[in-house]
Write a protein that binds this ligand. Structure first.
Ligand code: NAD
Length: 508
């Protein structure tokens, strides 16, 4: 592989960015800024090594206070009873405020997570669009009616908000992921307790203030910062919580479901993935190469939807991989504050260590590592885009979610073999099929067990289309026309009119 394309640091640019927002932040409970009783969590930019935010290390007591506030706001507050028009207008106002603060929010996510600033800006724009879509759905939420049950019976099915929702989010798309959940919960009339990742809390705390500015009543949205076992675990077990909406790893999702099972909470789970890109020889290989590069290295591969498994037809595998190696070397890696950067820093030294361990194990198992497979020797947590070729289906790296700028390559000879390989992990989040023959693309796409299948494209998304995983990639779907319904309960009204036939009197 060629030398990587490194983007250098600019300390004046970093100073200017840091001057734009306060580093000390408080939690947001019952409409108030609340500080921790004790410790704080300090976040250092993984790209620059400087302190970028400090948030309270919340405790189970803080989680409890937030849940109690959300419960009160649901049981006695106005929000669940507001008209669809009022809720919708508030969500639209929030979308406008997100637009207003776009650059600031993007900067927070960029500095805390290490993602490129231009990409972060796009995510915030996408998030505002989702708030607008939720505002539209709020006006559409309706139940059902049955007038075909006989002239003395009428059936009505009401949609009521499910209640208090615990929303728990990961660090890889801090603002986008909370925006895939919160506006729909609010559109339904729910109240919420939100826990962002301990590493990327700033933009979610900022959002809480935008909600207050837009006029959301106190207690409807509460944000508690802190670690999973301290804050997330009580949020999944508390009897006053009615639903858990979780995005994160499959292992923690499983634990959250188990904790919620004791009180039979409704759950929505968006979990991990090891997503295949199946490439047939008749595909537009130029487009497929671009998508393979994007899929593997977008967000430094720290993406549930990463196209981290290339499944290549044997006839094209060698030239395809050699071209991919050329392109991987041209991807700009470095300072996420630079507009040209495409791959920023990885989230933490521990995570980078895990990625390197995956690559070492693959090398030991006989795979060929193209690219260094190691951290770059600059300051910060950067890694060169890497390809692991010669992978066989039994190798650990063929199945594990590496969550770094690493793509593995397997080969197939027939369409059936391609489908079998695609389905050979425990996950089923997304997949893409590349072929100019639509018969092939559709047949293969139908055979793949995945919540989303792209044909001749990759990672396109829009709020209109549902998103979620098969198998151990999740449970339920976000976005799409049912996104608000997910945060509701159905109530059946069975109405009888006129005289009712007696049960105990003998019929004459
Ligand atoms: P994680 O599971 O470690 O953490 C997710 C959240 O859960 C964090 O806020 C964390 O503090 C909290 N948490 C930790 N322990 C908890 C507990 N015991 N109870 C309740 N909450 C707890 O995930 P991560 O490392 O932050 O994110 C990466 C993972 O997220 C990857 O597996 C990725 O695929 C997945 N992800 C999935 C999607 C999707 O939509 N399917 C999107 C983004 C990320």
């Amino acid at each position: 592989m060629n030398a990587i394309t490194a983007i250098p640091f600019d300390s004046a640019r970093l100073d200017a960015a840091l001057a734009r927002f306060p580093r000390q932040r408080a939690m947001f409970i019952n409409g108030q800024d609340v500080d921790a009783d004790g410790e704080r969590i300090e976040r250092f930019s993984p790209a620059h090594g400087v302190l970028v935010s400090s948030v309270p290390r919340g405790t189970a007591k803080d989680a409890r206070a937030a849940i109690a506030a959300a419960r009160r706001a649901f049981d006695t507050g106005p929000w669940p009873h507001e008209t669809a028009s009022t809720r919708s207008r508030l969500l639209l106002k929030v979308a406008d405020l997100i637009d207003r603060d776009r650059d600031l929010i993007a900067l927070m996510d960029c500095l805390e997570s290490g993602k490129p600033i231009a990409q972060a800006r796009g995510e915030i724009e996408g998030a505002a669009d989702i708030w607008r879509y939720a505002a539209a759905l709020a006006r559409e939420l309706s139940g059902d009616s049955y007038s075909n049950l006989g002239s003395d019976r009428l059936g009505l099915v009401l949609r009521e908000p499910v209640g208090v929702v615990s929303i728990i989010t990961p660090w890889n798309f801090p603002f986008l992921i909370v925006s895939q959940k919160l506006p729909f919960a609010l559109a339904a009339g729910c109240t919420c307790v939100v826990k962002p990742s301990e590493m990327t809390s700033a933009s979610t705390l900022h959002l809480a203030h935008l909600l207050a500015e837009a006029g959301l009543p106190e207690g409807v949205v509460n944000v508690v910062t802190g670690y999973g076992p301290d804050v997330g675990a009580p949020m999944t077990a508390d009897p006053d919580v009615d639903m858990i909406s979780f995005t994160g790893s499959t292992a923690i999702g499983r634990a959250a479901m188990a904790a919620g099972a004791a009180t039979l909470k409704k759950v929505s789970m968006e979990l991990g993935g090891k997503n295949p890109q199946l490439i047939f020889p008749d595909a537009d290989l130029e487009a497929a190469l671009d998508a393979a590069t994007f899929g593997a290295y977008f967000n430094a591969g720290e993406c549930c939807n990463a196209g981290s498994r290339l499944i290549l037809h044997a006839d094209i595998a060698a030239p395809f991989l050699s071209e991919l190696a050329e392109r991987a070397a041209q991807v700009a890696v470095g300072d996420p504050l630079d507009e040209a950067t495409r791959v920023g820093a990885l989230i933490s030294p521990e995570h980078l260590g895990k990625i390197e361990a995956h690559i070492r194990a693959a090398r030991d198992a006989g795979a060929e590592v193209v690219g260094s497979g190691e951290r770059l020797s600059t300051d910060g947590l950067f890694m060169a885009p890497t390809i692991v070729a010669g992978v066989t289906p039994g190798m650990a790296i063929a199945k594990a979610e590496v969550f770094g700028p690493v793509v593995v390559a397997l080969t197939f000879k027939t369409a059936d073999e391609a489908i079998q390989l695609a389905n050979s992990t425990d996950y089923g989040l997304s997949a893409s099929v590349w072929s100019r023959d639509l018969d092939t693309a559709i047949a293969v796409g139908r055979g793949v067990k995945a919540g989303t299948v792209w044909v001749n494209t990759f990672m396109d998304g829009t709020p209109e289309l549902p998103f979620g995983g098969y198998r151990q990639s999740g449970l339920g779907r976000e976005l799409g026309r049912n996104a608000v319904k997910d945060y509701t309960e159905e109530k059946t009204f069975h109405i009888h009119t006129g005289a009712r036939t007696s049960w105990w009197l003998p019929r004459t």
